[in-house]
Every structure is written in structure tokens, then in C-alpha cells.
Design a protein around this ligand. Sequence first.
Ligand code: NAD
Ligand code: DAU
Length: 351
Amino acid sequence: MIIVTGGAGFIGANFVLDWLAQSDEALVNLDILSYAGNRETLASLDGDARHIFVQGDIGDKELVARLLAEHRPRAVVNFAAESHVDRSIHGPEAFIQTNIVGTFNLLEAVRSYWGGLEGEDKANFRFLHVSTDEVYGSLGKEDPAFTENNRYEPNSPYSASKAASDHLVRAYHHTYGLPVLTTNCSNNYGPYHFPEKLIPLVIHNALAGKELPIYGDGQQIRDWLYVKDHCSAIRRVLEAGVLGETYNVGGWNEKANLDVVYTLCAILDELNPRADAQSYKTQITFVKDRPGHDKRYAIDASKLERELGWKPAETFETGIRKTVQWYLANAAWVENVTSGNYRNWVAKQYA
Ligand code: NAD
Ligand code: DAU
């Protein structure tokens, strides 16, 4: 069995659902259920003995030690994090606590457990840390895409906290020999994406007749990957990654934010036309830019393809259409996650 942390969030839940759809290997899902964690996403697993959900903090060393001793996993996959850049600008402390201190405590508990393993159990154990391309900073228009050798130059409290956690993971390998793997992925999109992030926010606001907020001039570039492709990359790295190595994950899909929003509007115009027959584009509104906004991210994922044979299954065109269709078919999920706390966040961020 394996332990997954943060498996009630966007990527973690997609990973859990895909894992159990493809294998009978059980997993413990440790998630604190912050505003971003949602049990409803995992409702299809109710009563499934292969999914053991535990509400708790990765920073709770005693709890993690107990789970490790009881379930004796062959791997820990760490998704748990505070993940939204704008929230890290309003309040960085939670990012320091979970992403740095939490990862440190998790590593300590795992190091102690791994130290007590023997033979094949010890040799086969893996700690996979899920990280982001944002640790590399921001690219100029003509710069080559980030490789695993790029310098770390994080610019936001979020990316700085992720960079710190990556460094701790690296240090636990070099100092203690802990069998770690790290993945650095570009922007994900797909089902169960919390509507504080650009793509689900735009779909949600469009359908609600609200403004589609574009920060600054909308010419910032992100490199988009369908979430299920990120999950398949993590499975592949867990299976065959070289210990201590880092792997960039991306889909070679660089897009300016404004173009992403135009694409979403065009798909919505086709699948769910507005009653007044106007385009959803008319709802686009330019708003104040994000402080310290990174201009461009682009991931060179050729190491993962060359060494482990991984490639994404979706193009941006196929993935974004599936995503819009998913949101149209799952209005109840969106409705449930956009209550109380979410409204407070929107009021503060877009005031
Ligand atoms: P998310 O915010 O949707 O989910 C995070 C989950 O972690 C939530 O379920 C939350 O309840 C849980 N969590 C938070 N603090 C915790 C704690 N102290 N203990 C246990 N659980 C805790 O995030 P996401 O978008 O699914 O991102 C998952 C991971 O992937 C993060 O580490 C993030 O940095 C990384 N990542 C995200 C993207 C992206 O585009 N979303 C891209 C690359 C890497
Ligand atoms: O690159 C990987 C990262 O991608 C992950 O590590 C983060 O966890 C994830 O949140 C994401 O970070 P971004 O800041 O790139 O994602 P976000 O969806 O918040 O914003 C995408 C772009 O859209 C960014 O340039 C800011 C812009 N934006 C965002 C929002 C929410 C807008 O223009 N308007 C908005 O309302």
C-alpha cells in the first residue's frame, strides 16, 4: 500500500481516483481538509476498502508515524500544500507552516520509518515529492524552457515555500540516503479544480454571468497540462525514477492567459450559448495585476520522455474541451465548493 498526502485536493484527488481505477493497491489518504480539500470529490470511493481516508496534518509527526507503523507503506506521495499564489501574497504564514514546516515533519517521520525497514522493504521504499515549475522563477520571451538544471529563483511566497521544501527533500537524500524523487510540474487543469484558479474561475464566473478578471494585460504565459497527464507522470516516476533525481513534467502547451480565456469563451459559446446570444467574451474585465507576477513559465519535459518514456495523452485542445464539459456536467460540485469561505476569498481578492 501507499500513503498519499493532500489527496482531497485537485491533483491529489485525481491521482487517488486514477490510482484505484487502475490498481487494487490500497492507499491511505492523509488530508487536513483545508478550504481546498473536499471529501465530495472522493464520494465514489465511499465503502471502498482500498481507500482509507484520514483527516490530519502532514506536520503532525506522531500521527504520520502512527500511520506509517500501522500501514507499512512502500511509498509516500506528497501532494499536501497550500497552493494558491494569490493567497500566499495575502497571507504567507500558512504556506510556511504547511509547505516548509509540514514537509519537514513529514520527512522526519518518514526517515524514522524507513530507517527501521530492512531488506527489500527498505530498498524498494520511495518518497515522492510533488512540486512546481514556479521554483525556477520567471522566463523572458526568448528564454529556453526550464530544465531540471535551471537555478531556483522563486518569486512569490508560495514558490519560495515550495522551493524550500524541494531543498529539504534533496537534503534528506544527500545526508540520510532517504530514497526520494521530486517532480516539478507546470500549470494543471481539469476536473475538480478549485474555482480560485484561472481556468475553473473563468468557467464558473462565465456561467454565473459575472466578470472574467484578467490580471494586468493578460499576456503572461503559462504552460498547461491536463491533470490526468500529471498523474500518469507521477505514477511513472514512482515506478522507474532514479533515486535523488528531479523530473520536470509538462505538456509543451504555452499559452498567454488572455488566449486561454478566449478559448474557454469560444467553447462555452458553442456548448452553452448565453441566452442573449452574445459571446462570453463580453464578460472579460481587466483588473489590477498580481504583485510580482511571473511573466512566463515553460517546462522542458524531455528528460522524463527520454529516460522514462512518459508523454502526455492530451493536447491543450482536447484537454480544455473535456474540462469545460466536466464543469458543465458537474454544476453541483462547483456549487458545493463555492459556499461560505470561497465567497469571502472572492470578495477580498477582487474587491
Ligand atoms: P490544492 O490546493 O487543490 O490541494 C491541496 C490539498 O492539500 C488539499 O486537499 C488540502 O486540504 C491539503 N492540505 C493542505 N495543507 C495540508 C496539511 N498541512 N496536511 C495535510 N493536507 C493538507 O492543490 P493542488 O493544486 O492539488 O496541488 C497539489 C500539489 O501539486 C501541491 O504540492 C502543489 O504545489 C503542486 N502543484 C500544483 C500545480 C497546479 O497547477 N495546481 C502544478 C504543479 C505542482
Ligand atoms: O505553474 C504551476 C503553478 O500553477 C502551481 O504550482 C500552483 O499551485 C498553481 O496555482 C498555478 O499557479 P498560477 O499562479 O500560474 O495559477 P493561477 O490559476 O492562479 O493563475 C494562472 C494565470 O492567470 C496567472 O498568470 C495569473 C492569472 N490570473 C489568475 C486568476 C486567478 C488572472 O489573470 N486572473 C485571475 O483571476
